[in-house]
Design a protein around this ligand. Structure first.
Ligand code: HH2
Length: 262
């Protein structure tokens, strides 16, 4: 899944694809690089981000979805019911929902749904998040929501641990290390680590400056590849070409190993 943020303030690419034509061009580029889905978002969810009105979000995302939906599967990254509805009307067939609450919209329209875990809202979520058992709590919430969606008739339900959404670096690491736990629930798992700030603190040299966002590609590809090897069915990334290259290569290695039985 390639990320297309039609926003002025997203944490890593804010403003770059804010104009419709630039956004559509970026979408085409990601398709050419091997993205199966383009995830269009009109509101940043970064810590501290200011909310956007529904009208403004619609103005940002709908023309881009209309332009891309004929050629690639499009998902809408939103927490607003009215935006999800309009995006589906414009051609999106997957609702990527960081609030894990929009399954009734997916059920009504017969489209897929991604339930992501988060604790708190963007304004407050990184203020000292606490869990007794991060993997157990995240997994329980996601399974509860996914079951409700499946019971409501949503045929395609993804679960996503929500890396960076109300989690410390250690919480993120524990969730990545235990992806098998989520995979074992039977719901397909999606993971988004791309360029996120926890990568910076883990990879900066001891006592050195934090790794800036434009230098987080190796860590992003490494964690996306890790997620796929642990059974994630989808990774949400800014850098499609590099991630596809890594995924294809590691997939070939894994297939080669199983063919010779080692
Ligand atoms: N992360 C972001 C946004 N949406 N959706 C899912 N399912 N999983 C994620 O991990 C996820 C997500 C944040 O990243 P980005 O879109 O690059 O930034 P911003 O929210 O600032 O636009």
């Amino acid at each position: 899944m390639g990320i297309l943020n039609v926003t002025p303030d997203s944490f890593s690419d804010g403003g770059k694809w804010f104009e419709r034509e630039q956004a559509v061009r970026k979408g085409h580029q990601m398709v050419g690089e091997g993205a199966d889905i383009v995830d269009v978002g009109g509101e940043s969810t970064r810590p501290g981000a200011q909310p956007v009105s529904a009208d403004e979000e619609l103005r940002r995302v709908i023309p881009v979805i209309e332009a891309l939906a004929g050629e690639v599967r499009v998902s809408i990254d939103t927490t607003k019911e009215v935006v999800a509805e309009a995006a589906v009307g414009a051609g999106a067939s997957l609702i990527n929902d960081v609030s894990a609450s929009l399954w009734p919209v997916a059920a009504r329209h017969g489209v897929g749904w991604v339930a992501m875990h988060r604790k708190g809202t963007p304004a407050t979520m990184q203020q000292d998040p606490h869990y007794d058992d991060v993997v157990g709590e995240v997994s329980a919430l996601l399974v509860e929501r996914a079951t409700r969606a499946a019971d409501a008739g949503v045929a395609e339900v993804w679960i996503d641990p929500g890396i960076g959404f109300g989690k410390t670096v250690d919480h993120n690491l524990a969730l990545l290390a235990s992806l098998g736990h989520l995979v074992a629930t039977g719901y397909p798992v999606m993971v988004g680590t791309s360029r996120k700030s926890f990568l910076a603190s883990l990879t900066s040299p001891a006592g050195g400056a934090s790794v800036p966002v434009e230098e987080r590609l190796p860590a992003s590809v490494a964690t996306a590849t890790w997620a796929m090897t642990q059974g994630a069915g989808m990774v949400r990334v800014h850098d499609v070409a590099a991630t596809v290259q890594a995924a294809v290569l590691v997939g070939r290695v894994a297939a080669g190993q199983s063919e010779v039985g080692t």
